[in-house]
Ligand binder design. Sequence first.
Ligand code: F6R
Length: 352
Amino acid sequence: GKSGYDHFMLKEIHEQPRALRQCLRGRVGELTGEVDLGDLGDLTPRAVQFVACGTSYHAALYATQLFQQAGIPAQAFLASEYTTSTPPIGDALVVGVTQSGETADTLSALREARRRGARTLAVTNTVGSTAARECDHALYIRAGPEIGVAATKTFASQLAALNLLTLGITSVDDDREVISGLRDLPSAVQEILDDSVAREVAETYRDAESYFFIGRGLNYPVALEGALKMKEITYKHAEGFAAGELKHGPLALVTENTPVFATVTGDDEMARKTIGNVKEVEARDAPVVAVTDGESDVERYADHVLEVPDTHPRVAAVVANVQLQLVAYHTANMLGRSIDKPRNLAKSVTVE
Ligand code: F6R
């Protein structure tokens, strides 16, 4: 059942701390701080290719950055485009990111990868799924069953599992900081779950026609995912952009009627550049909602602030996404949408 929540989606948003704990349990040594993924630790790919659809593709985009930071070339492909392109395989590991393990586009990309001689790994929530059975390896995200059509806790768990995967098969200097950030992840999510600002933001902008989401680096997939969730369950136009792309076209759409959600964490060069983009939209009178850990001065340019605890950037991205899930949920709820079963959508897409 829904355990007292109005919708499965809200229940599943609130289950994220527990889902994340399950994902991490037994995989990060209590004393050593080493990541142990069993046999997967023996993989030594020279390159990694991800194939995935929808929300899982956003998780894949995030993961490419983790591998790149560890010095391993990585690319993410929309699964439905993988079969029509001829990407170089070499000694690549091809990773299918698929919550259900049954998405037809992803399964066929993985089959194509195997035909090309690649080793394959399924990152999935579903033991015994087709992806888990057909791939050489499987990494389970252990999020527990997800009933709402919109993926929420499985996305957070995918991001955690993909961090573990990177840590398990690569080694870089700031691993310890990442591991300690990951250990804090469940409580960092817990901290913002009962934040009332997401609901206030939803109330303020429920009648907007269009919503924009921007971010850079790890916060770029967060922007894409924020927009996807918004459009799926509110049926309103929403678009996510790499913050730097705004002035290459989308800025023409920005008016006082288009709230812009800007995720800015840390206070580095990337944060400063995104703040530059925030000033551009503010100058066009667009309402600005900053999703931020308060490290930079982005709040000065924002009409609302959705808080993220001060933590590792990889972890901050996960928490920022939870804030955006809450905004999408409350907006859809205020509009009376069919949140758990949005029109035209299915939980598992088994046709190409
Ligand atoms: C969005 C959503 C879809 C799925 C996509 C892939 O909320 O749920 O975009 O992420 O259909 O599904 P899986 O991960 O099962 O392959």
